[in-house]
Design a protein around this ligand. Structure first.
Ligand code: ATP
Ligand code: MG
Length: 627
């Protein structure tokens, strides 16, 4: 079917459309109502239906593909690779489920999971899903304080952690962080379950609270745990947003709608069907990890590849060697990840046989044209920009090569995916803008299946954060967008990233793209800084590529020239700072609000998701030193 027809039907006849899609998953009890929208903007998809994510991910495939690989974990940190069939994962998840049940976890109880990209993280998630417990995966390596905040928000019955993670060969012990977090938290979990890889020689268990998984596993060997059938709208998991714009929001996901949306996206967007292989470089702690390292590929009966390690270790060809080895059909990564490779020799992209690879999807941040061009030339495959949010759980904007491949346009994540009725709204008037005009991207409710049902324990924040921006009831995460005559959307950054220079509204993104087109620039962050004369002026912080021009003054002048030539003198950066690293969230997003705050001598705000405090320190020093 053609894209237009498919999408139109999803908007005009949502109940018929989603009733059809719902057949892709197993229902213990069929839904009584496809959509219950009696309490807007809250909505219930597949109300009354009973299903289970773990059953759909594992049990359902055992007869037909029990011996097919379900999960491959490759770690360039420990040097270990594990290849697990559906039967293997099913067995391990049953044991894990029996173990956590023995620790008193049941339906509706929360479980915090604090682990790196290792097979047991997947087992733990699926084990929770199996028994109806609500998991909250916290990115491994978040500091103790962060973990404590999430513990207090979720009030878990259990915390499952690894003894340690590794980054670039360095062991990061998790257990001391867990201990500190439990100390700080108001409602620490009664039990901590530790999966040890023997990385931390000083691992010490707290008697009465801590349990070693290896021991528990022995006790439950061969266990079979019945699936807990959940009503479609019961919570499946909690997951926090990246905290780019402020304090992270606890996204609450449902069961049935999520499973149906993932099933649809796997074939129609990612073009991955049963028996095929998907490799996402995400961490399990992010939305992409949940949807496309764990639940999506398994619900589809595909093979999921999970990678632990840096993209440059043991060498910058490591991702492509994985593609070659496992015959990856679809790969998923982020612009940030590709920019890391861009600092390396492009020859690494040509070293491996990528004949099985069809698509590379990138999501999470604006994909600048120079990076898109570089990777397209490098691997010779279509690069598909994907726009979505932790909140939505699956793409909002994408091309859909599994359905019909439309032309790739650099700079655009493409067209709305099924169920997303999008509008671009003028902030001031609240009216729709026309093609080529900038406005705020909004989703007309009801939100489609897969999107958040609310903010955990905080309906008021749900209403306020997403539905409180316009007179009409519309969902928006405040991204700035423009649509062209073909309906392709371009995301220009966030509305609070707009720079107003003497009445001209410029997106940070357009200036960043322009700056990044300078041959020596690896990555740039552009912010608006208060200016007496012009209101605001653009200020650039940039990192440089190895091997290019290194003189900061020469590069700065070159960047300013690029911007003047491409966007006009009005967008000319007032100051350019060359730094060694840019401050980012743990999920790889530029923390422009914090850079801006420092540049305006304000407090940098919530830094709970800041990845590398050193990078922010560098910005501070650069500002003191002057451009
Ligand atoms: P918070 O909501 O806590 O401030 P966040 O919005 O960064 O953090 P995420 O859910 O990780 O949390 O990110 C979603 C946001 O990422 C989108 O709203 C958008 O701003 C940006 N984004 C994601 N994909 C793309 C893309 N392909 N192009 C442009 N921007 C993107
Ligand atoms: Mg957001």
């Amino acid at each position: 079917m053609r894209y237009e027809e498919f999408h139109r039907r999803s908007i005009e006849q949502p109940e018929a459309f989603w009733a059809e899609q719902a057949r892709a998953i197993h229902w213990r009890t069929p839904p009584q109502r496809i959509l219950d929208y009696s309490n807007p903007p809250f909505r219930q998809w597949f109300a009354g239906g009973e299903t289970n994510l773990c059953y759909n991910a594992l049990d359902r495939h055992l007869d037909e593909r029990g011996d097919q690989l379900a999960l491959v974990t490759v770690s360039s940190e420990t040097g270990q690779t594990r290849e697990l069939t559906y039967r293997d994962v099913h067995r391990e998840v049953n044991v894990f489920a029996a173990a956590i049940r023995a620790l008193g976890v049941g339906r509706g109880d929360r479980v915090v999971i604090y682990m790196p990209n290792m097979a047991e993280a997947v087992f733990a998630m699926l084990a929770c899903a199996r028994i109806g417990a609500v998991h909250s995966v916290v990115f491994g390596g978040f500091a103790a304080h962060n973990l404590a905040l999430r513990i207090d928000d979720a009030t878990p019955k259990l915390l499952i952690c690894a003894d340690a993670g590794m980054r670039g060969g360095k062991v990061i012990a998790y257990k001391p962080l867990v201990d500190a977090a439990c100390e700080e938290a108001q409602s620490p979990p009664p039990h901590v379950l530790i999966v040890s890889r023997g990385l931390d020689p000083d691992l010490a268990l707290v008697p009465g609270r801590d349990v070693d998984y290896a021991e528990l596993r022995k006790r439950h060997e061969g266990a079979q745990v019945d699936v807990e059938w959940l009503e479609s709208n019961e919570p499946s998991y909690l997951l926090y947003t990246s905290g780019t714009t402020g304090k992270p929001k606890g996204v609450q996901r449902d069961v049935g709608g999520y499973a149906v949306a993932l099933a649809l996206s796997m074939w129609s967007i990612y073009d991955v069907r049963a028996g095929q292989v998907m490799f996402s470089t995400s961490d399990v702690g992010w939305a992409v990890g949940h949807s496309y390292n764990v639940y999506g590929p398994l619900i589809a009966g595909a093979t999921s590849v999970l990678y632990e390690g840096l993209p440059t270790n043991p060498d910058p060809g490591v991702w492509w060697s994985i593609c070659e080895r496992y015959g990856v059909r679809t790969m998923f990564s982020s612009p940030t990840g590709i920019r890391v490779l861009k600092k390396q020799d492009a020859a690494w992209l040509k070293k491996h046989d990528l004949s099985k690879l069809h698509w590379l999807f990138l999501a999470g941040e604006p994909l600048d044209e120079p990076t898109a061009q570089w990777i397209t030339d490098g691997i010779g495959k279509p690069i598909i920009d994907n726009y979505w949010q932790t909140e939505t759980g699956w793409p909002v904007l994408s091309l859909m090569p599994g359905l019909e491949l439309k032309p790739v346009k650099f700079g655009s994540p493409g067209l709305p995916t099924p169920g997303y009725h999008l509008r671009v709204i003028d902030e001031a008037s609240g009216r729709d803008v026309g093609p080529g005009e900038k406005g705020v991207l909004a989703i007309v409710p009801p939100l489609p299946p897969g999107c958040l049902t609310t903010v955990w324990n905080d309906d008021a924040r749900f209403l306020d954060s997403y539905f409180g921006h316009f007179k009409e009831l519309l969902y928006s995460s405040l991204d700035w967008a423009i649509r062209d005559d073909d309906g392709y959307a371009f995301i220009l950054g966030r509305t609070d990233d707009v720079i107003n220079v003497a009445g001209h509204r410029l997106g940070t993104r357009e200036i960043e793209e322009s700056v990044a087109s300078h041959a020596s620039v690896a990555e740039a962050a552009v912010i608006g800084v208060r200016d007496e004369l012009k209101g605001q002026v653009p200020v650039v912080f940039a990192t440089l590529k190895a091997g290019g021009e290194q003189d900061p003054r020469a590069v700065a002048a070159g960047m300013q020239d690029c911007v003047v030539r491409q966007l006009g003198a009005v967008a000319r950066p007032a100051r350019v700072y060359v730094v060694g690293a840019l401050p980012k969230t743990r999920s790889g997003k530029l923390l422009r609000r914090s850079i801006q705050a420092l540049a305006e001598s304000r407090d940098p705000g919530d830094l709970s998701t800041l990845d590398d405090p050193g990078a922010l320190e560098e910005v501070r020093r650069a500002l003191e030193r002057g451009a």
